[in-house]
Design a protein around this ligand. Structure first.
Ligand code: SAM
Length: 273
């Protein structure tokens, strides 16, 4: 599903000056459920099926082994029940229900009804659908078809109406200054080039927009460091608090003080003019 009203901001290629147009399919209340969209400038067409707009066509786009595991059949279905809903409790060692995490993210990004928001590396769409339900026009992007299909299924299941696109966060397929805010849950640790993703995020955000990032810090214990060294071989990276601040600053954001819960951080930031 993809909001028809968002097509003018979608630019899979720099030449796609005025965005994409609807070329036919099935629609319901302004959401394209299945169908085709087209770039009037390049003539390229893109499909909407399985719940998302595929802007990468047949390109895989993965940067590392960790990314590829998200492509496994069943990865989307298994992700939330087997890992995501328990992840913060397991990582922090304290009760950390999803509602608490969503409240922190929502307080940091402060979505407003009618505003447009981006979820970077949305996986099965935990932030996208829940924040969309609370108000705001949310777009979740991810590389993994399996995750995006599940994200659309879960959003429909709770009556939320976000849009989903298969896109690379390193080359965001959106016009400059298109969004009022962005969220990113755990994905900064997985992106092959986090500084480029943050610069791209700044480009598509308006000035004074809010960004909320949840992620994992570099471990302080020997055992934690050994586990993280192993995970790093698959392409996952872990950050020091100063590194997060510096990444945000260099990308054009004014970082808030970092909130930490053991190895988990929540970073809020405002885009500078
Ligand atoms: C840790 S998971 C994200 C979890 C999700 N945000 C949540 O809160 O449940 C990382 C996700 O980032 C996606 N990803 C990794 N590199 C990406 C890229 N360059 N562009 C878009 N998505 C990417 C992966 O496919 C994976 O689904």
């Amino acid at each position: 599903m993809f909001g028809r009203g968002l097509l003018p901001i979608v630019r899979p290629r720099p030449a796609d000056g005025a965005g994409l147009v609807y070329a036919g399919g099935t629609e319901e209340d302004g959401m394209i459920l299945t169908g085709t969209v087209r770039s009037p400038k390049t003539g390229d067409t893109y499909e909407i099926k399985n719940g998302y707009l595929n802007l990468l066509k047949n390109r895989v786009g993965a940067d590392n082994v960790a990314n590829l595991t998200n492509f496994l059949p069943g990865a989307g279905r298994a992700y939330e029940p087997l890992w995501r809903v328990h992840s913060l409790r397991l990582l922090t060692g304290e009760p950390f229900p999803t509602e608490r995490e969503l409240r922190i993210i929502s307080d940091l990004v402060r979505p407003k009804r009618g505003g447009r928001y981006l979820d970077l590396g949305c996986s099965a769409g935990l932030y996208t659908r829940n924040l969309a339900l609370a108000g705001g026009d949310f777009v979740g992007i991810d590389l993994s078809p399996s995750m995006l299909k599940e994200a659309a299924r879960r959003a429909r299941g709770i009556g939320a109406r976000p849009s989903f696109a298969r896109a690379d966060a390193k080359n965001l397929p959106f016009a400059d200054a298109s969004f009022a805010g962005a969220v990113c849950g755990g994905s900064l640790n997985e992106f092959g080039d986090p500084s480029r993703v943050l610069r791209e995020t700044r480009r598509v955000l308006q000035a004074d927009a809010r960004l909320a990032v949840m992620g994992i810090l570099r471990a302080r214990t020997g055992r934690g460091r050994r586990v993280q060294r192993f995970l790093s071989t698959g392409g996952i990276r872990f950050f020091d608090p100063d590194e997060i601040r510096s990444l945000l600053d260099h990308a054009g954001f004014e970082p808030d003080p970092l909130e930490t819960y053991g190895p988990v951080f929540f970073a809020g930031a405002t885009s500078r003019a």
